[in-house]
Structure formats: structure tokens, C-alpha cells
Design a protein. Structure first.
Length: 385
């Protein structure tokens, strides 16, 4: 009987490609430098031989009727600056402990009049003190009610004063389309109340494609300028409704930023506001998308005694101990082809399916093992961080 591929054999299957590196917008302290860019269009506008070019350089007047101005007027007052303080000890020797105060800064927005603020988990995680500043200058002390690292979302609570609090209207990120306007509002690099404009470049950009495989969601991609300090701030549509929460950028590129869809936040914000754990079902495998080409390349190597099916599926590289998959009998080298009788062909597809299933739910999984179809029943469990 032929044996299943080992992890060593699995490494031979994977062909390495360029890795996407995404910098999550960490909270920032002092701005050390600011580089200014300037351009001149005088030569173009004065070129009589190219009237079309000259016409395109005439500035378009911005009026109070601008949809951007209207959108920002609707939501801007509810966008807040979040300043944090954290005491850290950088010494590995407890006898020479040297506590150090680390400050950070990010953005957020108020979602209801009771003082619930949405922001990024990485803005407020492990902080000792949170200060919230509104656009009108009011300052509040904030309490971190909860955060979820897998979605990078957090809830901060402030107590309203006699003036009350502005509230940001929430949109529907499921209705967002590529090419829609995208307006980012926040406090980038310490420059408060900054607004940038772009479009939605892509929807449903998986965390694996973004380069953040530790997250469990799909992102909105935008070319609206996002910088450190924008973290946790809203991404608006043309109506001024929040459609996303700005969270990450590509540090090796310009004009590539990512936002958490607001519908993800809607689904879990109440858990966070109540200090509860967010449900995250898992089955406990390391996996990769598997193609016929990968299998063919592997099978043609005379050193490989195991033959793999030349199909589209999901290759199980590792089954973690004491997990739902292990308990159900899944093995390394299995190729997953169906879940609940529906075909699955990518690792991202399976991850999304498991996430939407819920904790304690049954999954009927079909795998190919040694050229045989095997049916497994996996009961999802809560992923503990």
C-alpha cells in the first residue's frame, strides 16, 4: 500500500513565488521626517500647440456642492483621533527592568450615541491608557472593551457629555463595486482630520493575497492614500457612509491600501462591546491550493514514489494535533475536493466556508487519499488565540 506524502514531500510540491509583504499600520509616535513633493504644470498650460493638454490642466473649482465635501460633512465630525500609552519592559533580565512609556496614535469613528467607537485591534492592543479626541476639540478618556486580532477590529467606549456625540452612518459593504468612490478620513502621520480620495480597486482581496495569512477576512482594496495613523479610520462611499475600516498598506508600493469591510465589523462589534470572544470556527490544518500542474510536476519526478491526483483541490500539508480535523481522521497528503457535497478548489474558498459555518457545526468533507475518495465528518471548534 502506498503511503501518504510526508511534509518533506509536500515542500517539493510548492513552487516559490514572490511574497507579498503588507505593513499593518502600526500606531505611531513622533514624526521624524516629512518629504514634500511639488510639480509644475506651467509648461503644459502655456503650450499653445497642445490646447487639449492646456485645457486638462485648468483646475476644477471645488464648491460646497462637491460630493466629497458633502460626504465628509456627514461623517467627519464622528471621526476621532486615538492616542495611546503603554508601559513596556524591553529588558530580558528582570533584575535590570527598565519600564518605558511608549505612545501611539491611530483613528476611529463613533458608531452610536452611547460612545461606542470602532478602530483597529493593533491600535489599542495592550494599551494602558486611551485618549479620544473629537474633531471639535473635545477630549475623552476611553476604555478598550474588546479586540479581535483575527479581524484586527476593536471597540473603545467613551462616556458622552452634555453636548452628545456625532455618529457615523454605516453603509453596506456587500453593495460596494470596483470603481466606486472611496474617501479615507483619519489622522495620518499626526496630521489631524485629513481626507483623501480614490476608488475601490478590488473587492474580496483575501488575507493570503494581501500577505496577512494570520487574518481571517477578505479586504477592500483602494488607491485612496492611507498612511500610518489612518489605522482604524473610516473608508467612506460617495454618500458619506462607512463602507470599510482602513487597516493596512503595501509598504513597497504607492496607491495600494486595504480596508476591513464594514459588514464584518457589524457582525462582531456587539461581541467586542460586551467583552466577549468573537466566534471563529476552525478545523486545524495547514493547506495550500492544489492544481493538476503541481501534481504533474510532482509525479514526473522519479524520486517521488507517491503519485498524487492530477486535479484541482486543496492539499493538506499538516494536520495539527488535537484538532477537529485530527479527530475526524484527516491525514497529511489528503487532497480536499468537496465540502458538504460542493466542490472546493482553493484554500481561500475553504477558509471562508469554515468561517461562515459557525462553531460546533458539522462539515462533510471529501478527500482523495491513495486514489480513493474518503468521506470525513468534521465538527468545527472555536479557535483559541
Amino acid at each position: 500500500m502506498k503511503s501518504s506524502p510526508s511534509p518533506k514531500l509536500f515542500r517539493q510540491i510548492i513552487t516559490h513565488s514572490a511574497t507579498l509583504v503588507v505593513g499593518v499600520l502600526l500606531t505611531i509616535g513622533t514624526v521624524k521626517a516629512l518629504r514634500l513633493f511639488s510639480t509644475s504644470s506651467a509648461q503644459n498650460t502655456q503650450n499653445p500647440q497642445n490646447p487639449a493638454l492646456a485645457q486638462s490642466s485648468i483646475p476644477v473649482p471645488i464648491t460646497a456642492d462637491s460630493f466629497v465635501a458633502s460626504a465628509v460633512a456627514t461623517t467627519g465630525p464622528a471621526v476621532v483621533r486615538i492616542d495611546t500609552e503603554q508601559i513596556v519592559n524591553r529588558s530580558i533580565n528582570p533584575f535590570f527592568a527598565s519600564p518605558e512609556l511608549v505612545t501611539g496614535q491611530g483613528s476611529g469613528f463613533i458608531t452610536d450615541s452611547n460612545g461606542i467607537i470602532l478602530t483597529n485591534a493593533h491600535v489599542v492592543k495592550n494599551t494602558n491608557q486611551v485618549k479620544v479626541t473629537l474633531k471639535d476639540g473635545r477630549v475623552f478618556s476611553g476604555i478598550v472593551k474588546g479586540y479581535d486580532e483575527l479581524t484586527d477590529l476593536a471597540v473603545v467606549k467613551i462616556e458622552p457629555d452634555e453636548k452628545g456625540l456625532p455618529v457615523a452612518p454605516l453603509g453596506d459593504s456587500d453593495q460596494v463595486q470596483v470603481g466606486d468612490w472611496a474617501i479615507a478620513v483619519g489622522n495620518p502621520v499626526g496630521l489631524n482630520n485629513t481626507v483623501t480620495l480614490g476608488i475601490i480597486s478590488t473587492i474580496d482581496r483575501s488575507s493570503a493575497q494581501v500577505g496577512a495569512p494570520d487574518k481571517r477576512l477578505d479586504f477592500l482594496q483602494t488607491d485612496a492614500a492611507i498612511n500610518p495613523g489612518n489605522s482604524g479610520g473610516p473608508l467612506l462611499n460617495a454618500k458619506g457612509e462607512v463602507i470599510g475600516i482602513n487597516t493596512a498598506i503595501r509598504p513597497d508600493a504607492m496607491g495600494i491600501g486595504f480596508a476591513i469591510p464594514i459588514n464584518v465589523a457589524k457582525r462582531i462589534k456587539d461581541y467586542l462591546a460586551q467583552g466577549q470572544s468573537v466566534p471563529h470556527p476552525y478545523i486545524g490544518i495547514s493547506m495550500t491550493t492544489f492544481t493538476p500542474e503541481m501534481a504533474l510536476s510532482f509525479n514526473q519526478n522519479p524520486k517521488n514514489k507517491t503519485q498524487l491526483p492530477e486535479i484541482n483541490g486543496i492539499f493538506v500539508a499538516r494536520v495539527l494535533p488535537n484538532t477537529p480535523a485530527k479527530k475526524a481522521g484527516m491525514k497529511e497528503g489528503d487532497v480536499i475536493i468537496k465540502v458538504n457535497n460542493a466542490n472546493v478548489t482553493t484554500a481561500e474558498e475553504l477558509q471562508s466556508l469554515v468561517e461562515k459555518t459557525g462553531v460546533g457545526q458539522e462539515l462533510k468533507v471529501t478527500v482523495i487519499r491513495q486514489n480513493k475518495n474518503i468521506e470525513l465528518t468534521i465538527i468545527t471548534e472555536q479557535l483559541e488565540m
